[in-house]
Design a protein around this ligand. Structure first.
Ligand SMILES: Cc1cc2nc3c(=O)[nH]c(=O)nc-3n(C[C@H](O)[C@H](O)[C@H](O)COP(=O)(O)O)c2cc1C
Length: 253
């Protein structure tokens, strides 16, 4: 019997060693541990020089919408993914700011358009306080544009036109997803999608729901930021009270 006890203890020890070895050296575990360590210790060392071309008062357009168009065209040519992605910042009832990425889907001399759910958190914020901020950052060309202004819903027919251009899957998701609300699980979300799918034989017939549409952001202030050497960046700011006469000023970086 004593012999059996000894064998059992030895086996248990072996098993413990094997488990410890697996836990320590499993690739999954290592992948999680290493970047964490790297990120925490080295984030302050991430550094690059911004060597952009000069942005000068005498060379910028007197119209900030035109200046935006010039920069956006360049971004769209040089940036492979999402040059139209922008951070939309809103403020809640208590003055707490909130930011999230949305896609710019149109711009003209009136302002900038994005689409979303009119019952989302951002929409609640805009309802309460229409003052918003849009931030584009294009690291590949060392540029940032910040646009401050007010958001308003665009006419329904314009949202209809854009909604029809969306792929069927995106239309279904827009209808099915109660954006910003708590959902019990991914399964619940997928159930909602299947329910919408069952309701329509032809997905092209799915109409835009009235809780989904576009906002136009009318700017009052633009800032064009160009990364320059030694962190002595160029910042050109446009302000206007009426969207006609724009004052141009240089800001210190
Ligand atoms: C690249 C990218 C593009 C996005 N585009 C949109 C968009 O155009 N409209 C939108 O409602 N949400 C978009 N989202 C999701 C939003 O960031 C956000 O999660 C969602 O709108 C809910 O935000 P809210 O709860 O603050 O209202 C995008 C996210 C990313 C990362």
């Amino acid at each position: 019997m004593a012999v059996f006890g000894w064998v059992e203890t030895r086996n248990r020890k072996k098993t413990t060693i094997v488990i410890r070895f697996i836990k320590r050296w499993l690739p999954g575990r290592e992948e999680v541990r290493k970047p964490m360590k790297f990120a925490r210790q080295s984030v302050a060392l991430i550094r690059r020089e911004y060597k952009g071309l000069p942005l000068e008062e005498k060379n910028v357009s007197p119209n900030p919408f035109q200046q935006f168009e010039i920069w956006f065209e360049e971004a769209a040519r040089k940036i492979a993914d999402d040059p139209n992605a922008m951070i939309l910042s809103t403020v809640d009832e208590e003055g707490q700011p909130a930011g999230r990425t949305v896609l710019m889907k149109g711009f003209d001399d009136e302002g900038f358009v994005f689409y979303t759910n009119y019952e989302s958190r951002k929409a609640d914020h805009i309802e309460n306080n229409p003052q918003v901020c849009l931030t584009f950052y294009w690291p590949d060309i060392l540029r940032q544009i910040i646009i401050e202004g007010t958001a308003e819903k665009i006419p329904g027919f314009q949202s209809d036109t854009y909604f029809r251009t969306r792929p069927a899957g995106s239309r279904i998701s827009a209808v099915a997803s109660p954006q910003s609300r708590v959902v019990s699980s991914r399964t619940d979300l997928e159930k909602r999608v299947r329910k919408v799918q069952r309701e329509y034989d032809n997905y092209n017939d799915i109409p835009r729901p009235d809780y989904w549409g576009g906002y136009l952001v009318r700017p009052r202030r633009f800032e064009f930021w160009q990364g320059r050497v030694n962190r002595l960046h160029d910042r050109i700011c446009y302000t206007s009270a009426d969207n006609r006469l724009w004052k141009i000023q240089r800001l210190a970086p």
